[in-house]
Design a protein around this ligand. Structure first.
Ligand code: FAD
Length: 336
């Protein structure tokens, strides 16, 4: 509950309304943070309530905690599975069973619903008027201008009631073309694949019988231009704020939303908010750019470049952040 004084204070410092478009992970989190601070905020999304947008639901238990704490949500209430082990395999290396660094799956849809605190998003995207708008529309990037270059991959996922792999399993396609995954999610499995070759992606999943089958593109490169445009500012996958190495977008989505929330809460003008936010997101966007270049170089068989060697350590720390504890020597053996 907010005190009347806090609402009056918020109204005086933040006279314009923030309208968030997109009730995925990043939009729902930002909505929660602003609403809890007494800032006037609305959220819209045309999807039908509880509509499942494909996602492996894998994340990192330790790294998600600060966002749960800020939004007052219990990990126990949303975690569906976790494991001490992760298995990775590739075209030229046999299965490696590695230690997990806190990988888990969550009920992402329940998390989003809890963040919205029972509020049903408006169905219509209204961008008229003098309000401030947030593009949290993910791959659609519906409000911000289309980028000159947009690196995407195909992704397909099946929700299955069984899997030949009982822990977290990754199979990497040759030459950095993408990967296949099987993740336990409670009593089900999210089995999917993402990659640049649609036939390869489809082929890797053909033997699995899914209770549901969904697909969408996934953005695999940051969009450095037009992070904001006019009175619109972007968060999450709409600006390519997603790790292009493994397609990890849940924690990055929360991170970018938290950065925008913190910039707004400094109580400055819209222009100052944008400058502060851009400064914060650019640090990770530059890191994502290095990783996207590494992936592109590997796809083009340009492996042993100085650029790649510098980016490899970054890639290993990115894998560890997601939950896979892999050593440099093992990676090199796979790609050489
Ligand atoms: C198959 C697949 C598996 C994945 N697995 C993982 C994983 O295991 N772990 C992980 O961390 N990441 C994973 N990702 C990535 C992750 O799901 C996304 O990066 C993350 O959910 C992006 O969050 P977001 O809030 O930016 O966008 P989204 O979650 O995509 O939300 C965007 C929302 O905007 C809405 N929208 C669209 N147009 C409009 C409009 N005009 N007006 C209003 N609303 C609109 C959509 O309906 C949607 O609800 C996966 C992605 C795919 C495709």
């Amino acid at each position: 509950m907010f005190s009347l004084r806090r609402i009056i204070y918020a109204k005086a410092v933040y006279p314009n309304m923030w309208k968030i478009h997109g009730a995925g992970i990043s939009g729902s989190y930002l909505f929660n943070r602003l609403k809890n601070e007494g800032i006037e905020v609305s959220i819209s999304d045309p999807k039908i309530s509880n509509f499942y947008i494909p996602c492996g639901f894998a994340t990192n238990r330790k790294r998600i905690k600060p966002y749960l704490e800020k939004s007052g949500i219990d990990m126990e209430g949303i975690q569906t599975s976790s494991d001490e082990r992760v298995t990775i395999e590739g075209n030229n290396f046999p299965p490696l069973v590695l230690d997990s660094t806190d990988i888990c799956t969550i009920d992402k849809m329940m998390f989003e619903a809890l963040l919205l605190q029972g509020i049903e998003p408006e169905k219509k995207t209204d961008v008229t008027g003098s309000d401030y708008h947030v593009d949290a529309t993910g791959i659609s990037r519906s409000l911000l201008p289309a980028p000159a270059r947009d690196k995407r991959m195909f992704a397909i996922e099946k929700v299955c009631d069984r899997s030949p792999y009982d822990n977290f399993y990754f199979y990497f396609f040759p030459k950095g073309r993408g990967y296949f995954w099987s993740f336990p999610v409670g009593d089900h499995f999210h089995i999917g694949a993402g990659g640049i070759d649609l036939m390869e992606v489809r082929g890797s999943l053909s033997s699995f019988q899914g209770l549901r089958l969904l697909s969408r593109n996934i953005r695999m490169g940051p969009i450095m231009e037009n992070i904001h445009y006019g009175n619109v500012v972007g968060i999450g996958e709409s600006i390519g704020y997603i790790s292009p190495l493994l397609g990890e977008g849940i924690i990055p989505g929360l991170e970018s939303a938290e950065m925008l929330a913190s910039s707004i809460l400094k109580g400055n003008s819209f222009e100052e908010i944008l400058m502060d936010y851009e400064k914060q997101v650019n640090v990770s966007l530059r890191k994502f750019q290095k990783l996207a270049t590494l992936v592109e170089n590997i796809q083009a068989s340009k492996v042993m470049t100085m650029e790649n060697i510098g980016a490899l350590r970054l890639a290993l720390s990115e894998a560890k952040n997601f939950g896979i504890n892999i050593k440099l020597t093992k990676v090199l053996r796979h790609f050489l």
